[in-house]
Design a protein around this ligand. Sequence first.
Ligand code: R5P
Length: 298
Amino acid sequence: MDWGIQNRLAGILRPQTGRCVMLAIDHGYFQGPTTGLERPGEVVAPLLPYADALMLTRGVLRACIDPACRTPIVLRVSGGTSVLKDDLSDEDLTVSIEDAIRLNASCVTLSIFVGSAHEKTTLTNLAKLCDEGQRHGIPVLAVTAVGKDMVRDARYLGLACRIAAELGAHVVKTYYCDGFEKIVNGCPVPIVIAGGKKIEERDALKLAYNAVSSGAVGVDMGRNIFQSQWPVEMIRAVRAIVQDKLTDAQAWEQFQQETKGRAAARPTGRRPSDVGCGMADVNRSDTPLPTSHFRHPP
Ligand code: R5P
């Protein structure tokens, strides 16, 4: 691997542990002002000290993040769809490699949609991005997006992760599931897990612990941090699991101690079913913008 790619990866996967707490705030690229992320700059500022990397779009980076920020940037460079359409798989590359370099990105990221109508386009997008990344020394993170009719099991996710690695991705992001070890075993590059839709904090910590215990090198977590009533304490607890190797029970104890008697940073908690983001989640009937509402205007 080229020195530049290794150097940038070492900024994301902490060299002392080989692990990473990545904070994902790219949800707006197809979902608009996601709950909890309406004002990304204000949300992210207190969380950055606990994040090894920040995943976001160039628009939010330029508009909301202090250029003095030293946190490595994982720049989303795919898009072209919105929650108003049934098929979210129809993505293209949306950012040139020159602009990624201009933004000092440590990594570029895109989604692949294995098994979808646009499987081939998204996979060739990945291959092209890996060529560009290789040319300029920038690693590529492939996100295995999951369609609404697809099952998030080890067979499917293992297939998607392996294909991403075969096409040149340096890191893969996927979902945790039963049999996760099989996915890790069949994927020759590091894997981080998405947090998925908001669940109870105790359960999200268990998810993070299970993932790293099964071979993930960390998390790329969004809603389970920024939609928590205690986002700072939540990312600190996740970090304790990923980087300090606490168990989920120990991290939960830490979270409870730190939130005890403290007012919540967010005034109301999110119900777990309130909002989605992952490709499967956005097609749920309880998402804020049901597509059918817009396909048949009065
Ligand atoms: C989804 O396409 C985005 O890339 C999100 O970054 C991803 O879903 C991770 O965020 P969360 O933990 O909220 O699932």
